[in-house]
Every structure is written in C-alpha cells, then in structure tokens.
Design a protein around this ligand. Sequence first.
Ligand code: SF4
Ligand code: SF4
Length: 222
Amino acid sequence: MIVAEQKPLAEIAESIKDAKKVLVVGCGGCVTVCLSGGQKEVDILATSLRILRKKDGKPIDTATETLERQCDKEYVDKLAEKVQAAECVVSLACGVGVQYLAERYPDKVIIPAQNTKFIGGTTEHGIWEERCALCGECILARTGGICPIIRCSKSILNGPCGGSQGGKCEVNPDTPCAWTLIYEQLKRQGREAALGEIFPVKDWSKSRDGGPRKYVREDVLL
Ligand code: SF4
Ligand code: SF4
C-alpha cells in the first residue's frame, strides 16, 4: 500500500488561512490502512482546524467526507456538491488523490494534507516499512522475494557491497543487509547457485526515468 504521513497542523492551517469554508476529504484506501487519512483522521483534522482558527479569532466552517478511494473518478464525482459549497478542499489522500481532485475540480484550490512517502507494508502495529520502488521490471523471482533495489541502501543488483557487518547494512546498522537476507533465503530454498548469475545493467527506462508511466489493459477497455 501507499504509506503517507500527515503534514504538521500548522502547515495545513497556513495553506487555508484565507478560507472560511473548508471541505476536508479522506480516502478509504491505503491512507486509512496506515492510519493517516481515513474518516477518523478527517474528523480529528477538521476539529483541530476549527479550534485553531477559533483561537486565532478567525473561525471557519468545515464539511467532511471520506471517499471509498480518491484515485477513482467515479468516487471523486460524488463530491461535486460539497466541493461547490467550499472555498477550498483539504485532501487527506496520497498525491494521486490530491491530483484527481485537482483535475476534476480545476476551479478549486486543493490542498494536500499528507506527505506521500512510499510503497510499503505494516511490520508491527504502528510501524510501516518501504518494500518496492516501483521499478517496472520486478526481479524478486531471482532474489528470494527480497527487493535489493529498495532494501539495499545502495540498490545494488549484484551485491553485497562489502560494507556489510554481522548481517547489517553499513549505511544504517539497524537495517539488515538486503544481500545477507537474499543469501539466507536462497540458501533456505537450496537455490544459492542463483547468486552466480549476474544481473545485467538494469533498464531504468521502465522506471521513473522513462517519464510518467501508463498501464493499459486492452481486454477491459470500454
Ligand atoms: S524489483 Fe522493482 S518491482 Fe520488484 S519489488 Fe523491487 S522495486 Fe518493486
Ligand atoms: S551493506 Fe548490504 S544493504 Fe547495505 S548497502 Fe551494502 S549490500 Fe546494500
């Protein structure tokens, strides 16, 4: 899932300082799972903004809504009336949701309330870790399901780098060396020989270096 972290309240408040009617919109997808942008966070943010503005002697009205997903036009369309009634919209979705609102409602100022961080997952309650860099050409089949591009600090493909000590990364001793993990996993599976196969230079044109990407499924086009 996409992991996002809410911006500081002061930063969000500064972005809406001239508005008197604000719509706060959450998303029921990834940001709900990572506890940063679901219905609960929408209610807390709207209340906090109201309290702050009341304290400053410039009270505001807030309306709230949490869409099933903000990265889906069908749901974004449903906001039309509430967006119309607001002076500006604060989005608690990831950057995609913010951009979908901005595209659909170009006359409104859409404010991001989150810093979108990475694609990752929960490792413990309240801890999320990055797991994929969206490289566009997945090599996990050859690395025991452990991604060296994101989990090796240097994104080395034919590692390890030589700085690994005691199974930890030299860049951060709290981080396991990705290539130690890969070795242990392949050994567990009796596939250590795979380490002898050299990865060629990676084709980064399939990643962000190739510009904005598009995925088309001809079979489901309407
Ligand atoms: S190899 Fe690429 S697609 Fe696969 S997990 Fe790593 S970054 Fe993501
Ligand atoms: S110690 Fe391991 S994880 Fe860290 S940079 Fe070197 S190869 Fe990558």
